[in-house]
Each structure stands twice: as structure tokens, then as C-alpha cells.
Design a binder for this molecule. Structure first.
Ligand code: C5P
Length: 302
């Protein structure tokens, strides 16, 4: 029987997402604070003669939005790691997905990070942390954070990550949308709406709020420059945010480039009540998640 390794990686929310005008390479300079959520995908890697990718998920995940061929980010991650080490190997990659696709929760980035760690362990490559982060950055702006996890500052195009201390538990209600939003399309619309955007760096208020277990303090410091853009493309997101706040959430925000909305709540009881109200209002999928959780890690060897 061939060996397998299963690795878990978490979804993320941006507690602050400051976005500037595009750079010469087309990417936008970011000043962001990421936090992982207890909503995760698992990737199982098994050595094979050729690359393959399979999806295992519930019906609420949009299967058609998941590329099953060579262009899937997990295969690109595997190929990049093999090339880095100059080895000619391949694997079957099975993605057990709970993170909505194209939801602004960095699900694809989580899968890429999980694949890097899974194949590194499976093939005993002993890639250094620095090299793993550099390969992750080539795959996508959010992939280095998915490796690190917890709560972290992100600069550059989001790929330069440094951990931040956040010892409090944050309770979130997560409301995915039925259909995703394309990240490049949201950034393009940002350029149309905010052609003179100035990058807003992470304010001290947010860093102070992270040291405070009172979620009301953190709620007041949340900011996402892509939120008005996502709401302009999907006006119903604005109504959803109002509904969640009326139901008792401290603050509702669009996650990253959207369209998933997240609601920060004072405690677990409040999060459960907000979830029930939004389910009763007809939202098909409403989850309760906590943050932060650990970065990409092995959950099973077989
Ligand atoms: O880095 P990643 O591949 O995840 O980015 C996806 C797309 O999002 C990019 O092709 C770009 O259009 C946009 N993006 C951006 N600026 C960033 C991050 C992403 O414009 N800092």
C-alpha cells in the first residue's frame, strides 16, 4: 500500500485590508491583518506516476468552480515543489473542501499551502521554512499566510507575512454566497471606483484591539477597502450586513474580495443567535467559526 499524508489548512478573514493603486506589475500594494478561521480544507497526497486531483465535498460547495485538471492550484503547488528540489515525482491530491470556492476566504490558497506541506512530508524533502514561504508566494499572495496561520500582518502584495499576538478567541458567523466573485474582477472594479486610492496602513487601534479580549474593541477597528467594491457588484451584501448587525452581531464585514460576509460577535452564544436569525431569514448556509487557529499542519499519516 502506498503512503499518504493528510494536511489541514484554514480559511482566512482580513481584519484590516488597506489597498493602494496598482503597482507596475499590476498587483495592488496591501497593508493587511489576516486571521485564520476554524473552517478548513484537508488535502491528502499519495504518490502516483502522474498528477491527478479530486474533490470531496458537500452539495453546498460549487463543484463546477473547482478545476480538476493541471491548472488546479494544488497541482501547480506540487509541480513547483518538485521543480524546486529537481525531482521528477507526481501525486494524487484529494481535496476535502469545506471552504467556499471564490468566496474571499482564501480557500484555494489554503489548498496550495496544504499541498506543499503534504508533499514535503510525503517525499521527505525537508524544505526549509524560508524556501516553503518563497514557493508559496509564487503560487499566490495569500499562500504564505495560509502556511503561517494565527493572526499576522501582511504587506507587499500580501505575501510578506509577520505573526501578530492575538491571544483572545474571536467568534465569527460566516455567511457564504451561492456564487463566488472573481478576485481579479473585484480588484479591477476597485481601480474604477477608487483611481486615486492611497494605501491605508494598519492603524495602532487595530494592534491595540488585538491585545484586548473584548470583541467590541476589535469590531470598531475592522476595515476592508474592497467591501464597498464587492457591495457595488452585489448590493445584496449590504443588506445582509445590516441584517446580521440587527440580529446582534457587533460588526458585519465582507471577507477579502467577497462575497462571503463575516459577523464578529461578542461570544459564542451571541454567534449562535445571529446564525439562527439569518437561517430563519432564508440564508441557506450560515456557520459559526472561531479564530485564530493554527497554520497548515499534518493531521494524518497512513
Ligand atoms: O496573488 P493571487 O494569485 O491570489 O491574486 C489573484 C489576483 O488578484 C491577481 O491576479 C490580481 O488580479 C489580484 N490581486 C491584486 N493585488 C494583490 C493581490 C491580488 O491585484 N495584492
Amino acid at each position: 500500500m502506498s503512503a499518504s499524508v493528510t494536511v489541514r489548512a484554514a480559511a482566512k478573514v482580513n481584519l484590516h485590508l488597506g489597498v493602494g493603486r496598482p503597482r507596475a506589475d499590476g498587483f495592488h500594494p496591501l497593508a493587511t491583518v489576516y486571521q485564520t478561521l476554524s473552517l478548513h480544507d484537508d488535502v491528502t497526497a499519495t504518490t502516483r506516476d502522474r498528477w491527478s486531483v479530486d474533490l470531496v465535498c458537500e452539495d453546498d460547495i460549487d463543484r463546477d468552480a473547482f478545476p480538476t485538471g493541471e491548472d488546479n492550484i494544488v497541482v501547480r503547488a506540487g509541480r513547483l515543489l518538485a521543480a524546486h528540489h529537481g525531482v521528477s515525482r507526481a501525486a494524487e491530491l484529494v481535496v476535502r473542501k469545506s471552504i467556499p470556492i471564490a468566496g474571499g476566504l482564501a480557500g484555494g490558497s489554503a489548498d496550495a499551502a496544504a499541498t506543499l506541506v503534504a508533499l514535503d512530508r510525503l517525499w521527505d524533502l525537508q524544505t526549509s521554512d524560508g524556501d516553503l514561504l518563497a514557493i508559496a508566494a509564487q503560487l499566490g499572495s495569500d499562500v504564505p499566510f495560509a502556511l503561517v496561520g494565527g493572526t499576522a500582518l501582511g504587506v507587499g502584495r500580501g505575501e510578506v507575512v509577520s505573526p501578530l499576538l492575538d491571544e483572545a478567541t474571536r467568534w465569527w458567523v460566516v455567511v457564504p454566497a451561492g456564487t463566488g466573485l472573481s478576485t481579479p474582477a473585484v480588484y479591477r472594479h476597485f481601480d474604477e471606483l477608487c483611481p486615486a486610492a492611497e494605501l491605508v496602513t494598519v492603524p495602532d487601534e487595530l494592534l491595540t484591539a488585538l491585545a484586548d479580549p473584548d470583541n467590541r474593541v476589535l469590531a470598531a477597528a475592522l476595515r476592508n477597502d474592497l467591501e464597498p467594491v464587492a457591495i457595488d457588484l452585489r448590493p445584496e451584501l449590504g443588506e445582509l450586513i445590516e441584517a446580521g448587525e440587527r440580529a446582534g452581531a457587533l460588526r458585519g464585514i465582507v471577507s477579502g474580495s467577497g462575497p462571503t460576509c463575516l459577523f464578529l460577535c461578542s461570544d459564542r452564544g451571541s454567534a449562535d443567535r445571529v446564525r439562527t436569525t439569518l437561517l430563519d431569514a432564508g440564508h441557506a448556509r450560515v456557520l459559526v467559526a472561531l479564530g485564530p487557529v493554527s497554520g497548515t499542519h499534518v493531521v494524518e499519516y497512513s
